[in-house]
Write a protein that binds this ligand. Structure first.
Ligand code: GLA
Length: 743
């Protein structure tokens, strides 16, 4: 049993392989949070000594005395306007002017399997993996019932949380905030890791000591955003990759989100994460209910690496779904950086032929193939072949590409609409815009109102017809602007605050319908690169284009930041041309491939502009990636740091059965007479013998010194480590493959 109710102590304890999580139905029915940490037995109510802290209110019942205050005790799901002045999880008002919520225990239930959510992406139980705890709380004044849902994936070491809020009273209630999870950590000194960025510079890693007061990370852009990812880690001040307590809070949500972290007057930390509350409200008439997005919680007592690996495994197996989730993905060549808007049938067929000759398996026709689109100013919404570029339509092109022996993929931006489009001219009210105000343009486009069923039905008909008519194996689902001008012509004034979330529900319903009907089509998510890289999108798109910055050195930080929460199998990464189109930097072709091989691997260049030597190198890269693919896609990922002084990137994928390890190393800017780069491998079998099966060096102007040995024990590689040869060149790199050889 992974969920245990102790009747005598009134505790509910959730156990996963490495963690325990405990709450208690406390005095007056207050649901107290007692513990989240290493797996253990016990009852942790003894930790919270009653203490009268001035100005911290007490419940009117007086039974517990002045030492009992919601303002001090750890809460499982905090209320508001009821004597807990810290971060609320639930804010509301009713039509009679009641505000806030005082939540008291009503009932609970433990059941096998995983709860599900209506219309929201959430983790799934592949069979006997999860148990559900439902704890219902009630706020008397508003008549709301708040059902806290916990999905306990014991072996996978993850606890999912969501909240279902039902109006059981007679008033109309308007939710102003409804968090997915609240986590109180009463003791300890915590650092926070989060992943800020911007377009073409996503998910940089930032670690900061949490100050007293409130720290917040959020998106108000209608998408999870390039700026802040809906994933935050809390860790011990001295936690490292391999040591220290760490907690992960990840939302399976792709819209507005916020995570608040409050270090309060006594040093207790409260984390509240959920749907973004700016411009949010949700009306519940008597009998109606609301479900929050799901939060994925994970704890590691041994540092950041195991935490990341748990998320990787969980997202791969229990969030990504469908035909492609666990399969090798085709190596693709994308037309975007090869041709941008400048192509026709013949040039795309030529691209396909050359892609095939290089060993690619999928040709993706990116932006520009529809309406009369010649640049990014028109035609979004007109998803029929552009007569100026494809006068014979899409059919002959798709067939032509398939005759070359490649799968065909296509770019769509279904959520966007150009003012210069037939769709907009026919349905101007389908775009989001505030009456009486001109809408903000972004990339010269508007956004369709996906909260409206007729809009998502239209998109479904259009996309499903496209997929039925043509042998399309892959869709790049892009979204190139944020949601400004929140107003829906189809919602009454009092429900306009629901729009941003209703938009997401519309998007998820559409994706759900399409991915169910076309399970063998590979959907890759994208939003101006990595603007919607989150666990919500991963439920429909097993891979997401990580950044519009395809330049390998910039990608190191982007991909490393991404790796804290998301697996390599989800990370879209391509080799592109040099000088790079985003930074102007030239990185050796071999190094570009080493970096792209930490993701789904593909190309984004015109082979016609390559030399014969480069083409030969690419053929070898694709063959090599086929060998490494499974290791990258399913292996355990390790962020490794060198003990040398040069700034370098080092990471490894180790097979789950420890039979092989791929070590990758990039040295962006070699220095003269630099200290040796030394690294300790991780995750090997100590007593295993590993043979260096391949050592490839790229971008080296001088032949690197060979390693003096090719056989090592796992212990040698993990304890003694490995001294890497000095590399000389501009952004040189190395890839070392170790195969276990003592079986
Ligand atoms: C976005 C994507 C790019 C490309 C362009 C096309 O920026 O992230 O990969 O598809 O749109 O306009």
């Amino acid at each position: 049993m992974s969920i245990v109710f102790d009747r005598e102590r009134q505790t509910l304890t959730l156990h996963t392989a490495g963690s325990s999580y405990q709450m208690q139905i406390g005095p007056l029915g207050v649901l107290l949070h007692l513990y989240y940490g290493p797996r253990c037995e016990g009852c942790f109510d003894y930790l919270y000594l009653p203490r009268d802290r001035g100005f911290s209110p007490n419940p009117h019942e007086r039974t517990e005395g002045r030492g009992f205050s919601l303002d001090n005790l750890p809460q499982e799901y905090s209320g508001s306007n009821c004597g807990d002045f810290r971060l609320p999880s639930l804010r509301l008002h009713t039509d009679r002017g009641v505000t806030g919520a005082e939540l008291r225990y009503l009932r609970h239930e433990i059941r096998p399997g995983k709860y599900s959510l209506e219309g929201l992406p959430c983790a799934w139980d592949r069979g006997g993996e999860a148990e559900t705890l439902s704890v219902t709380l009630r706020d008397e004044a508003s008549g709301l019932e708040v059902e806290l849902l916990y999905g306990v994936f014991e072996a996978l070491d993850v606890i999912t949380r969501a909240v279902r809020i039902t109006n059981r009273g007679g008033q109309t209630v308007t939710l102003e905030a409804a968090a997915s999870a609240c986590l109180d950590l009463p003791f300890g000194r915590w650092d926070c890791l989060h992943f800020p960025g911007r377009h073409a510079f996503e998910r940089q890693t930032q670690r900061c000591a949490l100050p007293d007061g409130i720290t917040a990370f959020s998106s108000t852009r209608g998408m999870s955003g390039h700026q802040h990812n809906p994933f935050v880690l809390l860790c011990d001040r001295d936690a490292t990759e391999d040591a220290g307590a760490c907690y992960g809070l990840m939302l399976a949500y792709s819209g507005n989100h916020e995570t608040f972290l409050e270090r309060d007057q006594t040093g207790s930390l409260r984390a509240v994460t959920g749907i973004g509350t700016q411009n949010f409200s949700w009306q519940l008439r008597p009998g109606e209910h609301f479900e929050t997005p799901e939060a994925l919680l994970c704890f590691s007592a041994q540092g950041l690496t195991p935490l990341s690996q748990r998320y990787h495994r969980f997202l791969r197996q229990n969030v990504c779904r469908g035909f492609w989730a666990g399969r090798r993905r085709p190596v693709l060549l994308n037309s975007w950086e090869a041709a941008y808007f400048d192509f026709d049938e013949a040039s795309i067929l030529r691209l396909a032929r050359e892609a095939k000759a290089l060993g690619a398996e999928l040709l993706v026709l990116d932006d520009g193939w529809f309406g009369h689109r010649q640049d990014d100013r028109s035609s979004l919404g007109d998803w029929f072949a552009n007569p100026a570029k494809l006068p014979r339509g899409l059919g002959p092109l798709v067939e032509g590409v398939r005759k070359e022996g490649l799968l065909f993929g296509i770019w769509l931006e279904p959520e966007g609409v150009s003012e210069d489009s037939e769709l907009y001219r026919a349905h101007p009210d389908w775009a989001l815009r505030v009456p009486g105000r001109l809408p903000a343009l972004s990339r010269d486009q508007l956004v369709l109102d996906l909260s409206r069923k007729e809009v998502t039905d239209y998109l479904y008909e259009m996309i499903s017809a496209l997929l039925r008519e043509h042998a399309i194996s892959y869709v790049k689902w892009d979204m190139n602007r944020g949601l400004a001008d929140l107003y829906s012509a189809a919602l009454p004034p009092e429900r306009q605050g629901e729009l941003a979330h209703r938009y997401m529900l519309g998007l998820y319903a559409l994706l759900d319908r399409l991915t169910r009907e076309f399970p063998e089509v590979l959907f890759e998510g994208c939003a101006g690169g990595g603007g919607r890289f989150d666990a919500g999108m991963l439920a429909y798109c097993p891979q997401i284009w990580a950044s519009d910055n395809s330049e390998a050195v910039s990608r190191l930080a982007i991909q490393e930041g991404t790796s804290y929460g998301y697996p390599a199998s989800a990370l879209g990464a391509h080799v592109s041309a040099c000088p790079n189109h985003q930074t102007g930097r030239s990185v050796p072709l071999g190094t570009r491939a080493v970096v792209a091989m930490a993701g789904t691997f593909g190309y984004e260049l015109d082979p016609a502009r390559l030399t014969e030597a480069e083409k030969a190198e690419i053929r070898e890269q694709i063959a090599r990636f086929r060998d490494y693919d499974e290791l990258v896609r399913t292996g355990d990922h390790y962020r490794l740091r060198s003990t040398g002084e040069s700034a370098c990137a080092l990471w490894a994928f180790v097979a789950a059965d420890k039979s092989a390890a791929l070590l990758s190393f990039v040295l962006p800017a070699p220095e003269a007479n630099a200290p040796a780069v030394h690294v300790r491998l991780k995750g090997l079998a100590s007593d295993g013998v590993y043979r260096l099966a391949r050592a490839d060096f790229f971008g080296c102007l001088l032949e690197p010194q060979p390693l003096s040995r090719t056989r090592f024990t796992g212990a040698e590689l993990m304890c003694g480590g490995l001294t890497l040869p000095a590399l000389y060149g501009d952004a040189p790199s190395a890839q070392l493959l170790f195969i276990r050889d003592d079986a």
